[in-house]
Design a protein around this ligand. Structure first.
Ligand code: NAI
Length: 464
């Protein structure tokens, strides 16, 4: 039995980043992880493998649709699905291996197994109980079950099963037009599956900017995704080879509609995961939605126990968990830990990408705030045109009407997920749109569209 300053439970982006920061701050640190590899959902069965498949299938799309026009003649590549999955696994392996290296480099002990907390100051793994001054729970989330839908990870799958299907289905039904549904739906549509997304709300990606929702859906439809909107899925009936998805349209709730599928992807959200930790016995308070309740310093109501990431309130995003992981380490080390929840970007890694940060136009209008909006279409961005990614994309920046201070932004376009950080930095520094507009942007880059949108908040964009 060893004794630590901090034991972190869960080695996803929240947990492993927190462990590194704790070690950097001189705390004797261990991390508990029951999976065979470090990195949590994100690296093993989430962000990273899905990005590998998105990349590979984007290349396929380019070869099928754009190569000939660029003078690249020849037969379109055929898909070796098993090889594509091996490539994905290789990417995962490189990344999880990298985290293991970082744990060793920072002298963080990896305690292998599933943890429970018999009492504050103790973490039990297998038969061993380890003493620790502080515990950080970073145990993440799992897919939320939909009533009437039984997941077998074969015909009815969550994102985990969807990353590892034995073959590309002919017909896939995706339940939920959120981030997972649209990213993985795009992957299978590009691989040739007939993909239908069934969504309860009237717009994709609930909560996002309305212009983005409309534009994004149009782009995805052009790419071959079908949408049934305003439809509540009520159940899935799976036989040995097929599944039937039952839903009712909100406008005629009494009529049951049915759609057939070879594979159904359930992408209707995730829920916090804290199984087996013994939180009940410890008296750790939960929120109404089953998240671990914390204060502004990520303390639970039990002294010495902290929680971060998907298991607490807030967006279920790896980078939000990372920020909390660093901040809680600072708090434990006696420093000031801070996360600016107003500047957490959200990205959908389709092609084109979608990225947002800060407040939406609608939310600000509803608050009665006086705002200005600057918008610039990628159709007038030379670089985006050169790579066939100009159509339908735009940058939209929202600023305070009086002060010109940037309050939020939304981008649909190439590398939107990278470009959004210019806006994030501007928001962190309390910058105005004029500050962005006065900053020299290299030509020809996609980022020029951000400058143009900033110019559009003032006297006007140059290229529109
Ligand atoms: P989500 O919350 O983004 O979307 C779920 C969708 O399912 C919603 O549009 C909802 O209206 C719909 N829905 C719920 N019940 C339904 C029903 N009975 N019938 C029809 N539609 C129904 O959840 P998602 O996509 O599963 O993602 C889970 C979490 O993982 C999210 O918090 C997301 O942010 C995160 N994530 C983030 C990624 C990224 O940052 N790129 C990638 C993957 C996941």
């Amino acid at each position: 039995m060893a004794s630590y300053d901090v034991i972190i439970i869960g080695a996803g982006p929240g947990g492993y980043v927190s462990a590194i920061r704790c070690a950097q701050l001189g705390l004797k640190t261990a991390i508990v992880e029951g999976r065979e590899t470090l990195g949590g959902t994100c690296l093993n069965v989430g962000c990273i493998p899905s990005k590998a498949l998105l990349h590979a299938t984007h290349m396929l799309h380019e070869a099928e649709h754009n190569f000939a026009g660029m003078g690249l003649k020849g037969k379109s590549p055929s898909v070796d699905w098993n090889q594509m999955k091996s490539y994905k696994e290789e990417v995962v392996g490189q990344n999880t291996g990298g985290i293991e290296f970082l744990m060793k480099k920072n002298k963080i002990d990896w305690i292998k197994g599933w943890a429970s907390i018999p009492a504050a100051g103790q973490v039990k793994v297998g038969d061993e109980t380890h003493e620790t001054k502080n515990i950080v729970i970073a145990s993440g989330s799992v897919p939320a079950a939909l009533p009437g839908v039984e997941v077998d990870e074969k015909f009815v799958v969550t994102s985990t099963g969807a990353l590892d299907l034995p073959k590309v289905p002919k017909k896939m039904v995706v339940i939920g037009a959120g981030v997972i549904g649209l990213e993985l739906g795009s992957v299978y549509a590009r691989l040739g599956a007939e993909v239908t997304v069934v969504e309860y709300m009237d717009a994709v990606c609930p909560g996002m900017d309305k212009d983005v929702q409309r534009g994004f859906k149009r782009i995805l439809e052009k790419q071959g995704l079908n949408f049934i909107m305003g439809a509540a899925v009520q159940g899935v009936e799976a036989s040995k080879t097929k599944a039937k998805v039952k839903y009712a349209l909100k406008k005629s709730p009494e009529t049951e509609e049915v759609i057939d599928a070879d594979v159904v992807l359930m992408a209707t959200g995730r829920k916090p995961y804290a199984e087996g930790l013994g939180l009940d016995a410890l008296g750790v308070k939960l929120t109404e939605r089953g998240q671990i309740a914390t204060d502004a310093q990520w303390r639970t109501n039990v002294p010495g126990i902290y929680a971060i990431g998907d298991v607490i309130e807030g967006p279920m995003l790896a980078h939000k968990a990372e920020d909390e992981g660093m901040a809680v380490a600072d708090v434990i080390a006696g420093k000031h830990g801070h996360v600016n929840y107003g500047v957490i970007p959200g990205v959908v890694y389709t092609t084109p990408e979608v990225a947002t940060v800060g407040a939406t136009e609608d939310a600000l209008k509803a608050e009665g705030r006086k705002i200005k909006v600057g918008k610039f279409n990628f159709m007038a961005n030379a670089r985006a045109k050169a790579v066939h990614q100009a159509e339908g994309g735009f940058v939209k920046i929202i600023v305070d009407k009086e002060t010109d201070r940037v309050l939020g932004a939304a981008i649909i376009g190439p590398a939107a997920g990278d470009m959004i950080h210019e806006i994030c930095v501007a928001m962190e520094f309390g910058a105005s749109a004029e500050d962005i507009a006065l900053t020299c942007h290299a030509h020809p880059t996609y980022s020029e569209a951000v400058r143009e949108a900033a110019l559009a908040c003032g006297d006007g964009a140059i290229h529109s």
